[in-house]
Design a protein around this ligand. Structure first.
Ligand SMILES: [Zn+2]
Length: 280
């Protein structure tokens, strides 16, 4: 703030009258933020331009706050959900990801003295399944190592029960939605053994089978419009197999995801198949 003022001062060459300072107590300066109590800042991650009034109706229908919510426009694609009760806000956070027309609504709570126009909206929690992790490796420490590669590990679902007996290990991770989805990870042990684990995501919104980013599908991907682009057909590096069947509401995608099969090896890992489907 102070540096911005100094920059403006030098850029505008303020007159003597304009340069006269008005003294405002810091406590009064920050009062405006109180208006954002119980507030989430949101952004619809979509390449399509959606009229805000239409988006506003969908946002109110989507959240169905028990004690009411107001939608305020910040920018054409950025808004605030202002709740009347803290419990509604907590549920909105716990139930992420929120999705409208297969597009992700990224949300962050607003706290003093953050600016709702500049707050980062790059992260969203997802339930992520880790595949091909053998029973003996399914400790919380190993899950944390892997989860912090995919994003930021929050916790493991079913941790109160015996997670080693589930088909896939289900983790709650904070994912950076501005970068491509992580598909797999090679794990190297200090003994020389290695393996590859794969990932799939519950309630995955639209994403691009060419670049792996959320917010657009392959038909609109920038890669497709670059010189020398070669159509990959059904051999895109990302595909519907990244979708995991959710245990709550499922949005979009197919339930019969076919995953490439990796084989554990003490020295190397091989891929036996990769049935990747054409982008949606
Ligand atoms: Zn793309």
């Amino acid at each position: 703030m102070e540096s911005d003022i100094l920059n403006l001062d030098s850029a505008l060459s303020l007159t003597e009258e304009e340069a006269t300072s008005v003294v405002i107590p810091q406590s009064d300066w920050d009062k405006g933020v109180d208006g954002y109590r119980f507030t989430l800042v949101g952004h619809l991650l979509s390449h399509r331009l959606i009229h805000f009034e239409a988006l506003k109706v969908r946002l109110i229908q989507l959240i169905q706050a028990a004690r009411g919510v107001t939608v305020r426009k910040l920018l054409e694609t950025r808004f605030c959900w202002v709740f009347n009760h803290e419990e509604d806000l907590r549920q909105a956070l716990d139930m992420r990801p929120w999705i409208i027309d297969r597009n992700l609504v990224v949300l962050q709570p607003l706290s003093q003295p953050e600016d709702p126009l500049s707050i980062s909206l790059d992260w969203c929690p997802f339930f992520v399944h880790i595949h091909d992790l053998r029973l003996g490796q399914r400790s919380v420490d190993v899950l944390r190592y892997i989860g912090n590669y995919v994003g930021v590990w929050l916790d493991a679902a079913n941790i109160e029960r015996d997670i080693s007996w589930f088909e896939n290990v289900r983790n709650r991770l904070n994912i950076n939605v501005s970068i491509p989805l992580k598909r797999a990870l090679r794990i190297q042990l200090d003994t020389g053994a290695s393996c590859i684990v794969r990932f799939s995501y519950e309630r995955l919104p639209n994403f691009c089978y060419l670049c792996g980013k959320l917010g657009h599908i392959s038909r609109f991907c920038d890669l497709r419009f670059q010189d020398g682009y070669v159509d990959l057909g059904a051999n895109c590096p990302f595909g519907a197999w990244l979708r995991a069947p959710g245990r709550m509401q499922r949005v979009g995608g197919t339930t019969d995801s076919i995953l490439p099969t990796y084989v554990w090896s003490s020295h190397q890992t091989t891929t036996s198949s990769s049935d990747q489907r054409r982008g949606a």
